[in-house]
Write a protein that binds this ligand. Sequence first.
Ligand SMILES: *Cc1c(COP(=O)(O)O)cnc(C)c1O
Length: 222
Amino acid sequence: MTMTVEKNLNTVREKIDNAARQWGRTGDDVQLIAVTKHKSDEDIQELLDVGHRLFGENRVQEAYEHWQARKDSGLYPDLQLHLIGPLQSNKVKDAVGLFDVIETVDREKLARKLSTVMQDAGIYLPYFIQVNTGEEEQKAGIAPRELSDFLGFCRNECVLNIVGLMCIPPVDDSHALHFALLHKLAKEHGLKQLSMGMSADYEKAIAHGATYVRIGSGLFGV
Ligand SMILES: *Cc1c(COP(=O)(O)O)cnc(C)c1O
């Protein structure tokens, strides 16, 4: 079990490198977020022990259980934790205290709350806006046509440091189309970071400019 996670990490890194080079980029342009939701403590520790430091969680409570003690221990000063799941307004305070990057800013109420909490706490994080590229009703994210206004709101009214965009394409659609759309939106708005691509499609996402890929099952199995 343990050996597998490290082996998978090396395999995924190699594939990231190859995909990046194929598109005239380098592996260093693409950061690997290890997604540790529903994962065991042993699995998480194994990645830390081989030096991996960039992780993603999609729920604040579970992230707290996985990471708070490890952060407090001071053993991993370069640990980077991304929130990649929906954030409820009543969890904002906890999230700002725990995460290093929040990728899922997607509505005015949340942006306002982040702004208040951030200024109270004196913690200034980088943020991504989640875009609902497939405009799916059940999915979080701002609609593509609303992005310009929302970005302006986040920057001007809320003083949030928005650095990039994030998306989760519809399951049944061509993911490449959604990656291309997110890339285009980021370019139009001068945003450098693109969080897109999961275990099944990260090489495609890299072809379309992903700077962060989010990998769970590809590292830990399903
Ligand atoms: C779980 C999750 C992932 C990882 O998915 P895998 O298919 O297991 O790689 C990536 N992004 C988000 C937002 C997730 O919730």
